[in-house]
Structure formats: C-alpha cells, structure tokens
Design a protein around this ligand. Structure first.
Ligand SMILES: Nc1ncnc2c1ncn2[C@@H]1O[C@H](COP(=O)(O)OP(=O)(O)OP(=O)(O)O)[C@@H](O)[C@H]1O
Length: 364
C-alpha cells in the first residue's frame, strides 16, 4: 500500500473575537477549555469560528489551523467527508473538504492505517471531509445530484508486504447503494479509503467516471465524502458545530450551511442534541452526528464505513433509509457493513474475503 500524503502545513489559529455564538459556531463552550492532551495541544487555541458583524456566519473563519481537507483542527486530523463539487478535473473548484476530527484521538487508528509510512507517524492521514454548497442538491429531490460511476479495476493493496486486497474489481453506480461486506480485517475500510484517494493501490486503479483517482484532494474536489468508521468527530465541539463548521470552512453559504446542519441532525434524530458537546453524547449519538455530517456534504459519492455499528435497530434502519435517500437524489453510495440486514437493503453487495472480492448480489 502506498499511503498518500495528505499532511498539511499548519499555522497559528486566528484570534477569536467575542462575537456571537448564536451563530452556532462558538457559543457553547464558555468555561470549557480545550484539552491539550486530548487534542495534541492544538485545540486549546481553537480556531476562531469567530464572528463579527451583522452576519457572523458569513464571516466565519476557522483560522489557518483548520484543515478542512484533513477534517479538523489538528495535524493528525483524520476524518472526512467530501462534498459535492463539479468534476475531478475541476482544479479551480474550491476544495470541498471538511469533516472534522479535532478532539478525538481514539478513532484515529481505525481503518487502514498508514502502516507507519504516513507522515504522522503510524497514523494514516485520515480521510477528510468536504462540503460545498450546491443549491440544486438541497431540495433533496430525486436525481438532483450528479453521482459518479466508481470503477475499481483489479486493485491490489498490501501493507508491509502483507496482501489485503488482491485483484479486486467492482463498479458502483449513481443512484445505487453498494454494500461492501466481509469479515473483520477483510479490507472493507481499505477499499473505501482507496476510493477516497487516501490509499493508493499497488496495482490496478480506481476511477470516478473516467478520471483515475490520484489523491484525496482530487476526490474531495470531485465530491467524494467519507464517513469514517471511527466517526472522526471533534469531541470538544458540539454536534451542530461538527456538522456546520466543515460546511462553512468549505464555502457553503451560511444560510444554507445552517439549514443543512439542522436538516441532517434532525434526520438522524439529533435535533434536540445539536448544542451538546460530542464528548457528552453516547457512542450511537456520536455515530449519528458523523452520519449527519456526511449527509450534509451533499456528496456525489458517499462512502459510509460501518456507520451503523453502534446503533439500535430503529436507528440502523433509519440510517439505511437516509443512505437510500442519498442514492435517490443521485449519489453513488458505497456502504461497508457487517450487518446482513443493512447489506440486504442495498442494490448490490461486494463480499471481501481472503483478499478477493466477489459480487454476490446485484451489480453487473
Ligand atoms: N497501516 C496498516 N499496516 C498494516 N496492516 C494494516 C494497516 N491498515 C490496515 N491493515 C490491515 O489490513 C487488513 C484490512 O483492514 P481493514 O481495516 O481494511 O479491514 P476491515 O474489513 O475494514 O475490518 P473491520 O471490519 O474490522 O473494520 C487488516 O488485517 C488490518 O490489520
């Protein structure tokens, strides 16, 4: 495997102003200080989120330490979620990256690790998030989003010489859900990360429509969102902020960002917990925040990595319905899961075992 370098330079955070937190970006943590130990020392100077003027949201500036494409405020930030954006080749497209992984260190190792070759020690730079406004998408109408065909052609990936995926091929289509199943360690996360451009195959290729995936920047620009297995949330931010900040940081107009945030949190049943810090939420609630963030990205390709693992049956079903809704709007959805019911609700299923991938249902 060739972990891709997604490290970014850091800078000092912008000074915060005291402006209005009502904007939802900064208002809740009065009296709470960031835990440097938890955050690698960065978040104590949490980026501004700050606000000034009549429309603070419109002036939101997360500060130079915020790495939307890395998903948060810390150098090790991992997360993801890509958002919609025009095309892979659209180099002028503002990077729709976003996501967040500011505070929570626990999940960083989840998913394919960098095998020690990543820039951040043994941690793989995580998927990042993204989100860029696409007004056409916000109405949620059928087919309003231009998904992309994801073509995985004969990819082989190994970690330190140990093969994980061998000649795996699959195609995921806009408007459809592709389940990726298989036992623990079969390579589901590795496959999703490869589609996201976070892991480069040893051989073979991944294409979005006709564009070969090169790296995460490219897939972010192409509107590929990843909801990582470990959620990748910033523990010291509220649920609302975890959804909202990446949207603002990637240029989604404030009104729309707020609307998307409210809509997606409500959709996952967390409308009443919007102002609660992530660290105060249960595991299942945190998972739903991460899902809301992924949904808010209005991605063209949505990669959901075991996003129902901590949910009760009712919420699992709801999340599968929400993924279905994404597909119904036109997105291409790839959903790694251990849950046979969730897999059965998908249009096709790729089963990974012993390095091989077999399309056991649907697809072509
Ligand atoms: N950086 C790394 N270095 C070495 N091995 C790695 C690294 N990242 C992942 N692996 C290994 O690759 C294999 C596939 O991991 P991956 O996380 O893709 O599996 P998975 O199917 O998503 O597993 P799970 O269902 O438990 O999440 C595992 O054996 C894992 O230990």
């Amino acid at each position: 495997m060739k972990p891709l370098d997604t490290d970014r330079t850091t800078g000092e955070p912008a000074d915060r102003t005291d402006a209005d937190p009502a904007a939802g970006v900064d208002g809740h943590r009065t009296g709470r200080t960031a835990d440097a130990a938890e955050t690698g020392g960065d978040v104590g100077d949490r980026p501004s989120g700050a606000v000034a003027g009549a429309d603070p949201m419109a002036r939101f500036d997360p500060g130079p330490r915020y790495h939307a494409e890395l998903g948060g405020y810390r150098d090790e930030a991992i997360v993801d979620f890509g958002g919609e954006a025009p095309t892979v080749s659209g180099s002028d497209t503002p990077d729709p990256g976003a996501g967040s992984r500011a505070g929570d260190t626990e999940g960083i190792g989840a998913g394919p690790r960098a095998g020690g070759t990543g820039r951040s020690g043994d941690r793989s730079p995580g998927p990042s998030a993204a989100a860029e406004g696409d007004a056409a998408d916000t109405d949620g109408s059928a087919g309003s989003r231009a998904g992309q065909v994801v073509r995985v052609d004969d990819i082989t990936i190994s970690y330190g010489g140990h093969p994980v995926l061998a000649d795996v091929s699959v195609r995921a289509m806009p408007g459809q859900l592709l389940a990726v199943t298989g036992p623990s360690g079969a390579g589901k996360t590795t496959l999703l990360w490869t589609i996201a451009g976070l892991v480069a195959p040893d051989t073979g290729a991944v294409r979005l429509d006709e564009q070969q995936v090169r790296d995460r920047d490219q897939t972010l620009a192409a509107g590929v969102a990843l909801i990582p297995q470990d959620n990748g949330l910033a523990a010291i931010l509220t649920a609302q902020e975890n959804v909202l900040v990446p949207l603002l940081a990637t240029g989604v107009p404030a009104d729309e960002a707020v609307a998307r945030t409210e809509r997606t949190l409500a959709a996952v049943g967390l409308g009443g917990q919007a102002d609660q810090l992530v660290e105060e939420l249960s595991g299942g609630q945190q998972q739903r925040v991460a899902i809301a963030r992924g949904l808010a990205a209005n991605a063209r390709v949505l990669l959901a990595d075991e996003v129902t693992s901590e949910l009760d049956a009712q919420n699992r079903q709801r999340v599968v319905e929400l993924l279905r809704e994404q597909a119904w709007q036109g997105a291409t959805v790839v959903f790694a899961t251990h849950d046979p019911d969730a897999a059965a609700a998908c249009d096709a299923e790729l089963h990974l075992r012993d390095g091989k991938g077999e399309l056991i249902r649907g697809g072509d």
